[in-house]
Design a protein around this ligand. Structure first.
Ligand code: G3P
Ligand code: CA
Length: 225
């Protein structure tokens, strides 16, 4: 069962920072999960919200700023917002990277960056999973490169997610853990998909979800898994 650190080890360090991804590596996580939007000049920016308001000392939409402008804002007074490339270079193939596409235009840019790291830096398709709640972005990803491993995110309807996963030949279903039961996990796995639920932080929930024999868990506390 893979231990995947949510937005880096968000339970210990500020989410989606190089510091939080380094913490995940230090805790021997098998993978990290992160979120991406585009800057106004087309760079892939690692940040959860569509604005910088909650996590930085700035205000405004991520896609209203250039990369240079975004780099002037700070998280917790000391960390810069990272690019996806900076995270790839930090991780350097040491663990799986689950990239959650959040914004318009992210699919094409992320596919191109994955292809660059595979062609030029000896990375493999198994080093990445691309996931999203916006299934049209997953369809786009799959159309652009059918070798990329796809995780279908859902917080509502497992049956619909399963049907879509079959349609695009996904690798995994990434559901809200509260949607799961032992039977549902078995059904998804019998159809050939891995199951990576999120965000499982509470010890009791971790125990329960592990008893369903899921393939991995996404948690703010990867060491608790
Ligand atoms: O990838 C799973 C989880 O990260 C989805 O929810 O809101 O934390 O991006 P959120
Ligand atoms: Ca996410």
């Amino acid at each position: 069962m893979l231990k995947i650190a949510h937005r880096g080890a968000k339970g210990y360090e500020p989410e989606n920072t190089l510091k939080s991804f380094q913490k995940a590596l230090d805790l021997n996580a098998d993978g990290i999960e992160l979120d991406v939007h585009l800057s106004s000049d087309g760079h892939i920016i690692v940040i959860h919200d569509e604005t910088i308001d909650r996590t930085t000392n700035g205000k405004g939409f991520v896609n209203a700023f250039s990369l240079a402008e975004l780099k002037t804002f700070l998280i917790d007074g000391k960390y810069q917002i990272p690019t996806l490339k900076e995270v790839f270079d930090l991780v350097d193939k040491k663990c799986l990277i689950n990239i959650e596409l959040k914004g318009l235009g992210t699919a094409g840019k992320v596919v191109a960056l994955i292809e660059e790291y595979i062609a030029e830096k000896n990375w493999n398709y198994k080093d990445f999973i691309v996931s999203s709640f916006e299934w049209d972005l997953l369809q786009e990803t799959s159309n652009l490169n059918s070798n990329i491993l796809i995780g279908v995110l859902t917080e509502e309807d497992l049956d619909k997610a399963l049907a879509f996963a079959e349609l695009i030949k996904a690798f995994a279903i990434n559901p809200d853990f509260q949607l799961l039961s032992s039977e549902k996990v078995k059904l998804i796995q019998e159809k050939g998909f891995l199951v990576f639920p999120w965000t499982v932080d509470d010890e009791k929930d971790i125990k329960k979800i592990k008893s369903y024999n899921v393939d991995g868990i996404i948690s703010d506390f990867p060491d608790k898994l």
